[in-house]
Design a binder for this molecule. Structure first.
Ligand code: TMP
Ligand code: ASP
Length: 235
C-alpha cells in the first residue's frame, strides 16, 4: 500500500510516503543513539514526547513567521509534514558554552557567551558530522550564499522565539540544532524536529540537565526528565 511505503529510516524517526507526493508521515521512535550512532539505547515514550514538543515549537514558530514543514499530528507518534529535499547541514545555535564547544575550547560548560554563536556541521555520520566554515559551504557547493544567509537569519529568529517561551517554563535554552530543506516550490523550510534530542535544556533554577545529555553521558533519570520537559512545555 502506498500509504505504508518507507522512504527512509533514520535513528529516531521513520519517514513514510503518503498518497500526496508532497506530504510525508514521520513516525517518532523511542530508540536513541549518540556519538554518530555508536551508542544505542531506548528512551521510553521519547517518540510521543519529542513529537509533542516539536509540534508546540513548530506551531509557535509558524505564528512568529518562521516557515516549517509541519502540517499536523494525527497520532501521538506521527507527524504529517511537507516533503523536503534536505540540505545536508546541521545548524547549531549556542547561547551558553556546552558540549563540543566546551571541549574544543577547553572552557567549562555553563560559561556565558558575550554573543550568540552560529555553527554549521556537515551532516554525515561516517565523517562524524565535521564542523564547517561558510567558505567550505560555498566552495563545496553545499548551499548558496543567499540561502545560507536566509538559514542563519531564521536560526537566530528561532532562538529569539524559543528562549523566552522556555524561560517562562523555568528552562534555559543552552544550545540547539536545526535542519532545513527545500519544498516542492523551492522554498526553504525548517524541517526535522526540535526536541530534547536536538537541544540542550537546563532547569533554570538548578542548572540540572534535562535533555539527551542525560542519555549521552549516562546521567540517569533520562525518562523522568523527558517527561518533566513534556509537562512544562506542552501543558
Ligand atoms: P554539540 O555541543 O555536541 O556540538 O551539540 C550542539 C547541539 O546540537 C546540542 O543541542 C545537541 C545537538 N546535536 C544534535 O541534535 N545532533 C547531533 O548529532 C549533535 C552532535 C548535536
Ligand atoms: N545524532 C547523534 C547520533 O546518533 C546523536 C546525538 O549525539 O545527538 O548519533
Amino acid at each position: 500500500m502506498a500509504e505504508e511505503r518507507v522512504l527512509y529510516e533514520g535513528k529516531a524517526k521513520i519517514t513514510y510516503a503518503t498518497d500526496d507526493p508532497n506530504v510525508v508521515r514521520l513516525y517518532y521512535k523511542d530508540s536513541a543513539t549518540a556519538f554518530d550512532g555508536k551508542k544505542k539505547g531506548t528512551i521510553k515514550d521519547k517518540g510521543p514526547i519529542n513529537s509533542a514538543i516539536t509540534e508546540v515549537f513548530f506551531k509557535l514558530l509558524e505564528k512568529a513567521g518562521v516557515a516549517t514543514h509541519y502540517i499536523d499530528r494525527p497520532s501521538d507518534r506521527e507527524m504529517r509534514v511537507k516533503m523536503l529535499r534536505m540540505i545536508p547541514l546541521e545548524i547549531v545555535v549556542r547561547n551558553v558554552t556546552a558540549g563540543s564547544l566546551a571541549k574544543r575550547m577547553g572552557i567549562p560548560e555553563g560559561t556565558a557567551l558575550s554573543s550568540t554563536i552560529l555553527e554549521y556541521y556537515y551532516k554525515d555520520d561516517s565523517l562524524g558530522d565535521p564542523l564547517l566554515c561558510e567558505s567550505h559551504i560555498h566552495a563545496l557547493e553545499i548551499c548558496s550564499k543567499e540561502n545560507l544567509a536566509k538559514i542563519g537569519k531564521t536560526a537566530f529568529k528561532v532562538n529569539e522565539v524559543l528562549t523566552p517561551f522556555l524561560a517562562q517554563r523555568d528552562i534555559k535554552l543552552i544550545d540547539f540544532k536545526l535542519e532545513f530543506g527545500f519544498d516542492s516550490e523551492g522554498e526553504i523550510l525548517l524541517g526535522d524536529e526540535i526536541s530534547p534530542d536536538s537541544c540542550r535544556l537546563w532547569d533554570a533554577k538548578t542548572n540540572e540537565k534535562m535533555d539527551k545529555d542525560r542519555f549521552r553521558r549516562d546521567l540517569g533519570q533520562v525518562e523522568e526528565f523527558y517527561a518533566e520537559l513534556n509537562r512544562r512545555i506542552t501543558s
